[in-house]
Design a binder for this molecule. Sequence first.
Ligand SMILES: Cc1cc2nc3c(=O)[nH]c(=O)nc-3n(C[C@H](O)[C@H](O)[C@H](O)COP(=O)(O)O)c2cc1C
Length: 190
Amino acid sequence: MKTSIGAKTYVFPTPVMLVGTYDRKGRPNLMAAAWGGVCCSKPPCVCIALRRATYTYGSLVERKAFTLGFASREQVADVDTIGTCSGRSEDKFELLGWTPRKAEHVDAPYADEVPLVLECELVHTLELGLHTLFVGEVKDALAEDGILDADGQIDVLALKPIAYAPIVRSYHAVGGSLGSSFTLGKQRGG
Ligand SMILES: Cc1cc2nc3c(=O)[nH]c(=O)nc-3n(C[C@H](O)[C@H](O)[C@H](O)COP(=O)(O)O)c2cc1C
């Protein structure tokens, strides 16, 4: 038996992404975004949904570029700080003692301290209501050596990504592997 709990975005978990932008004056800023994820493989695209009220919104519209940083679980308090104060009044890099770097392929900054970064060019914008959906084409991905396995692929357990539970507003660690996709299903007998 199931209980109706209302029309809300119960999607568990979502990623928590650090959106990097330059403002009008060229100052680097980060915000946390949990509304978004992968939306196309070819061309490789990701999406984020931002409220107009964020400082990042105007910077992204103006520069048409952003980075997405993925922090490790040790950085969860920093992520929360980034998601609870505004670049309008705070220099978040200074506040956290983080180092801004300029992305090579797009006009946006990222934090050197974050182990995985996607450099994105804004390709689509869709007004949805409270949030606006921004689709970015990934121009390059930067990964710290420590999160790559022997084949040069992302080692998810080494990355230790932070998962987020919307509505209940909690951060979660990502656990061990359950198996490989496109393989487990085929291993069934019969
Ligand atoms: C875990 C977490 C997830 C968030 N996800 C989003 C989101 O997807 N979209 C959004 O507009 N704001 C989101 N926020 C709120 C913004 O990060 C917050 O308003 C921030 O202060 C905006 O920064 P800025 O004004 O420097 O752009 C989130 C906050 C937290 C803590």
